[in-house]
Design a protein around this ligand. Structure first.
Ligand code: FPP
Length: 253
């Protein structure tokens, strides 16, 4: 993988300058859907769709910094995905292990910072160790932040935030009246990250499926019929171009 050595600030300024489309999204979040249908259409086992899906992950991670994207969040495993057959869950965890084992050094060399959202403590010990190592190794990188959502669901995240706030109230650390949006955001898994500007979902489905429900309150949504294994650099650029044409109003006007 080689990342384009684009100067992100220059690119952002140029895009925002007026003669091109608007500024690129700082944070893009993707619901990677359609691996199973991709495999089914080829009479292949579902795992082949997921494997091809990892290749698409590589392509978008490689392309994103050159498009001016600062944070890329990928919905890799939802808190509801445990309901899938055990062998599929095991395949997905195996692909995650393989991805972490084989890609981290190159991601690090390319200046990518890794973060993870979701209840990762519930993953197996070897995976949580790999996540810790990846997070620590890449913590100081600044080219782009890659956020993998693992055992993530917004309901679960907001329940964990609620419990943390309740504990803080019970301990006298915060008054109920002092709980504001900033207090919630500081306790979200995404604390410190900008909210997603653009949420993309592949495979023709048009729903958020428990993904970044708080954070995506003002995100632009782009739905594409492309199945995730077919998604790549050009598809990401097209979604960013669509975003750049949108008129964002944040409830004003
Ligand atoms: C949805 O397709 C996709 C998933 C549930 C998992 C996404 C995982 C990957 C792309 C691979 C692992 C990622 C990393 C970062 C290692 P689906 O199976 O729901 O497709 P379908 O709706 O067509 O059945």
């Amino acid at each position: 993988m080689s990342l384009r050595p684009a100067n992100r600030d220059q690119l952002r300024d140029a895009l925002a300058a007026g003669d091109g489309p608007g500024a690129p999204p700082r944070h893009v979040a993707i619901i990677m859907d359609g691996n199973g249908r991709w495999a089914k259409a080829r009479h292949l086992p579902r795992v082949m769709g997921h494997r091809k899906g990892v290749e698409a992950v590589r392509k978008v991670v490689e392309a994103a910094p050159g498009l001016g994207i600062e944070v890329l969040t990928l919905y890799a495993f939802s808190s509801e995905n445990w309901r899938r057959p055990a062998d599929e869950v095991s395949d997905l965890m195996g692909l995650l292990r393989h991805y972490l084992r084989t890609e981290i050094a190159e991601l690090h060399a390319n200046g990518i910072r890794l973060r993870f959202i979701g209840d990762t403590a519930a993953l197996s010990d070897d995976v949580t160790l790999m996540l810790d190592q990846a997070r620590t190794l890449t913590a100081a990188n600044t080219k782009m932040t890659l956020v993998l959502a693992l055992n993530y669901g917004s309901h679960d995240e907001l329940l964990r935030v609620t419990r943390a706030l309740a504990a803080d109230v019970a301990a006298g650390r915060i008054a109920p009246a002092a709980i504001d949006a900033a207090a919630v955001e500081a306790r979200l898994d995404t604390a410190g990250l900008p909210p997603p500007d653009l949420v993309i979902r592949t495979s023709g489905e048009q729903r958020l499926s428990n993904f970044l429900m708080w954070q995506a309150a003002y995100a632009e949504l782009v739905f594409t019929d492309e199945l995730w294994p077919d998604f790549g650099a050009a598809s990401l650029a097209a979604a960013v171009a669509t975003f750049s044409q949108r008129d964002r109003r944040y409830g004003g006007r």
